[in-house]
Design a protein around this ligand. Sequence first.
Ligand code: PMV
Length: 363
Amino acid sequence: MIEYKNPKLLINKSNFQAGEICWRSPSNIAIIKYWGKHELQLPRNPSFSFTLNNAHTFTCLAYNLKETKGISFELIFEGKENTSFHPKIFKFFEQVVEIYPFIEQLHFRIETENTFPHSAGIASSASAMSALSLCLCTLERKLFNTLLNQKEFLQKASYLSRIGSGSACRSVYPTAALWGETNSISESSNLFAIPFKDEIHKVFHTYHDDILIVSKIEKSVPSSAGHDLMEGNIYAMNRYQQAKDRLNALLKALKEGDLVSFGTICEAEALTLHALMMTSNPSYLLLKPSTLSIIEEIRNFRTETSIPVYFTLDAGPNVHLLYPDEFKEIISEFITQKLLFYCIDQKYIQDIIGEGPSLASDS
Ligand code: PMV
């Protein structure tokens, strides 16, 4: 069992230098969904995701020593001082302070921005919490000359990200990641995600994910409340088993490059996620009429053309369109002709599977 708590990670004030670390970290889109958790973001079932590229968060963590001990930070979100995210960041620092006791010796200025609307069913918490966790791991490396091994560095960043927001733990790896224990993968863990690029067919390395924004309004029920409602959902146990079974089938399809099996599982997972919301008590519904219209259009287009384009959904009404690179022109035409009508401002986010986070600066 991995143990990251370390009371020794304290700064020696005599040779300290203030600085700033900036990371760019992407969102990810789950194909097998994490829905239901216990304790500190431990998943009830394993999940699998693709790492995105364009939908990302850029975060700079400036740090300086302070006199008094305690958690202290200011947060600038998209250029403006922001207090609405304070409770989430404060809780995160509190939860990782035994791993990083130096947090209480420093004052942080966190400047962060997203390339996409937050709280609209694109995992902004995944990119935001992974970016912040990567900044903290770089800070550890800088202060203590530790985490020099890249695998260890990313594993710890994934572990910290998980504490910030479960799905964030999958954002630290290029292309694809798997999080949660599964019998078929011996290194899998509930505590952190593992990279999965090398185990999947090349066709997925350049996959597209176009995100059709049908609503930018903040979700009526946040994901954290949705996870909690799974504890009383009568389908919960069957769902957890279903996710495990589907993961095994998905891993086979990913390895073989079987696009039809991949897409069939992908759509089933998206609809199951929303079915679980509808069957929670109290029940809730995040899909919009436009979501269903888009789904219908995609299924009709697939029947007519046999092009392997499939959808998935996150915890919101926006639709992710997944397809291989070779069909990008025809899909772009399809979106313009049939789907933009349903989108806010007739716009969508074009994304592709990405190479994972990158360190932007360290001074
Ligand atoms: O990481 P959270 O607590 O925001 O939960 C995210 C859950 C889903 O996005 C709906 C599914 C997933 O696995 O990413």
